[in-house]
Design a binder for this molecule. Structure first.
Ligand code: PHE
Length: 447
């Protein structure tokens, strides 16, 4: 068997992992969650969750991936050979990444569609009602979404087939700086709008009265989703991280950039919404209806609309690449398929589920699970349950199943980096994070 591929540089590792983390979840889900759930207060809670649960879980996933050098299923098998049931976390993760990918590609399909429309200046002169009717029309279309989803999944598969260094790493290293540059340009534009201060105030002013149990669970779900945690994607990427890389600094860099991008996205969205007198509403409508209309009213609107949808497409792409890589590595290592075959099979399966997901948005559709459209059900099952439970089990595995000496050995690169932090991190992984995640999970069921 050929030697396993790995990332070639520190920047490559961070670009790929941050590429996974930074996605649609940051650009349009985070600002809306924050705006609706107490602004700055939500942000403080969110930061606490990222530090106390997100960062330790990310480190845990990297450790599991790098120690074993394997896909999520193989990793638990290798690290706990005597107790097979732990590999269930891996199976659950691979399954979850497949579910997420399906509804993620549905949204990415809308993004591709809007990118196409902004290229031909389609939005010019249209009012909000027309764009909204158009967007709702798209939900009821059959072929148009299928085409854009197909294009998106094809591009994702193309990068994956190229491999880890020549595919994932190479494209992340190009796309992530481009994404950051676009966001900065958009943020500067937004900050020069007349009601910028009001918009930023709404986004960041803390209102602690809004912090309830429900908000906590939303913040946890948002943090896990945004950081790509709890479902094996970062175990997969961890298996490509070089043995001499400092896992803490990598995980920290990913958490910081992910949070920074989420804030920047809010800085782009809220000033624009306030300047044009619009209450920031639900994610979908804001990104695909309101913003194109707002851009059209600004000087240079064609350009800003175009780069906004380019930004969304890039963000979605680097995340979907990581979501597809998890099942692909599983298939190559556990079922011994070639990378090409594994990618093609996974891409086809994703495409089929994605089409079912997007068709389930038609009015009067029979495609429902427990009364929800397949699209919403996939989102709920994966983000509200599988990811949080997967995250909890992963952290319990590190804290209570894996030998402390093995964890420390991997975490400190065989003792070559001495970190005062390592004891605190281990304590958080063992006690604080699992208790906190459990409490938040329980509050969810108390409503
Ligand atoms: N983190 C990505 C986002 O914020 C989504 C994602 C979730 C990617 C889970 C990989 C794994 O959009």
């Amino acid at each position: 068997m050929s030697k396993k591929e790995s990332f070639g540089s520190k920047f490559g590792i961070i670009a790929a992992a941050a590429g996974s983390a930074i996605g649609l979840g940051n650009i349009y889900r985070f600002p809306c969650e924050a705006g609706a759930n107490g602004g700055g207060a939500f942000f403080i809670v969110y930061l606490g969750i990222v530090l106390l649960m997100g960062l330790p879980l990310m480190v845990s996933e990297f450790v599991i991936g790098r120690r074993s050098g394997k896909n999520p299923v193989g990793a638990f098998k290798a690290l706990a050979p005597a107790s097979k049931s732990w590999s269930g976390i891996g199976y659950m993760g691979v399954f979850c990444s497949f579910l997420i990918l399906a509804f993620y590609c549905t949204v990415a399909g809308w993004t591709i569609d809007s990118l196409g429309k902004s290229i031909i200046n389609y939005y010019h002169g249209l009012d909000k009602d027309t764009i909204l009717a158009d967007f709702n029309g798209l939900m009821n279309e059959t072929w148009q979404p299928i085409l854009s989803e197909g294009i998106f999944i094809f591009i994702t598969a193309f990068v994956i087939i190229k491999g880890v260094k020549q595919g994932i790493e190479k494209y992340s290293k190009i796309l992530m700086p481009v994404l950051f540059g676009i966001l900065i340009v958009l943020a500067i534009k937004s900050l020069t709008l007349p009601k910028a201060a009001e918009g930023i105030g709404f986004f960041l002013k803390p209102d602690f009265s809004k912090i309830t149990g429900k908000v906590l669970i939303n913040a946890l779900g948002q943090a896990f989703f945004s950081l790509s945690l709890g479902m094996g994607v970062l175990i997969t990427y961890g298996s490509y991280i070089a043995k001499n890389d400092n896992l803490t600094s990598t995980a920290f860099a990913v958490c910081v950039s992910d949070t920074l991008i989420a804030i920047l996205a809010g800085i782009v969205i809220f000033p624009a919404a306030f300047t044009f007198g619009i209450q920031p509403e639900a994610g979908n409508e804001l990104a695909f209806v309101t913003l194109p209309m707002l851009f059209d009213k600004m000087a240079g609107g064609y350009f800003f609309c175009l780069i906004f949808f380019l930004l969304l497409t890039i963000a979605a792409l680097t995340s979907s690449i990581s979501l597809l890589e998890a099942p692909v590595l599983f298939l190559t290592e556990e079922l011994h398929l070639s990378r090409k075959k594994a990618t093609i099979y996974s891409a086809i399966a994703t495409f089929v589920l994605c089409v079912i997901s997007s068709e389930s948005l038609h009015d009067g559709t029979p495609l429902k699970i427990f009364g929800f459209s397949v699209f919403s059900a996939l989102d709920m099952i994966s983000s509200n349950f599988l990811m949080t439970i997967g995250g909890l089990l992963t952290i319990l595995f590190i804290g209570w199943k894996m030998k402390k000496s093995d964890f420390m050995d991997e975490y400190t690169n065989g003792g070559t980096i001495s970190m005062g932090l390592r004891k605190i991190m281990y304590f958080i992984i063992r006690f604080i994070a699992p208790v906190a995640i459990t409490i938040i999970l329980i509050t969810q069921f108390m409503k």
